[in-house]
Design a protein around this ligand. Sequence first.
Ligand SMILES: Nc1ncnc2c1ncn2[C@@H]1O[C@H](COP(=O)(O)OP(=O)(O)O)[C@@H](O)[C@H]1O
Ligand SMILES: [Mg+2]
Length: 273
Amino acid sequence: MHVLSFVNQKGGCGKTTAAVNLAGALAAKGRRVLLVDLDPQAHATMALGWAAEDEPTVREVLLGEARADAALVSGPGGVSLLPASAALADFEDATARMLHAEGALRAALEPLDARFDEVLLDCPPRVDGVLCANALRASDTAVLVVETGAFALQGAVKALDVLAELRETLDRPFDLRVLGTLFDRRTRFARELLMALHGRFGEALFDTVVRTSVRLREAAAMGVPVQVLDPACRGAADFEALAGEWLADGAGGDGAARDAGASRSPAFQTTRP
Ligand SMILES: Nc1ncnc2c1ncn2[C@@H]1O[C@H](COP(=O)(O)OP(=O)(O)O)[C@@H](O)[C@H]1O
Ligand SMILES: [Mg+2]
């Protein structure tokens, strides 16, 4: 079981879209995939057409009130979902007096090891909260999702610094990768930014860049991964390519060699004083 989280302190950069649709693309390739929604906004849950009501959600799992396998639901496109609801918003307060609150997700996922090949974690738009801390402690790989728009490079460098520092404190450090999203090939600006990202992060940047696609928005609104809505569209093609790339070099292969924080990455080191 490989756990990968989608992080960025910025909202609207495509984290949820990446988590949901990479999950769909991996499932379409026959992988056993679990998507965990760690955002009280519950966008990933909605994007799989689910609305949690009285049944246990990821909140109860993290608080030790329910087992993960009791809270799982089957989503469309062969993706299993550990849903979130707005009630997750009080998680920070609820864990104020809890010991080891940041290790709750890792512990909860352990019994699912034989059941899933890939577990994708959709994080809230902040990297300093206890939810993201849970995600990073459970992660084999953290994917920084970067919108290829204005100020993206500065934001990405800062976010990667924070993540690289944080993982120094972990007993099981995650690999760091970077994914470019919302790419509009028609603008020179976006093309140049992509080159700058590549210059800075090198191999840690996924070759696949997720282009802007109306179908991705439509799929979210309809509550299905884009592979289910229209497997022939550009959005589906991008996530198919990303899934292929991930399976070729991420999950089992030379992830560490592509790590954005690895000492061998001179591009990353130049961000330090
Ligand atoms: N590649 C894309 N093409 C078109 N729309 C996108 C794309 N990626 C994300 N969006 C849209 O942008 C908005 C924010 O994306 P989302 O994945 O929810 O970001 P985050 O989870 O980082 O807040 C959503 O309305 C989503 O449908
Ligand atoms: Mg989101």
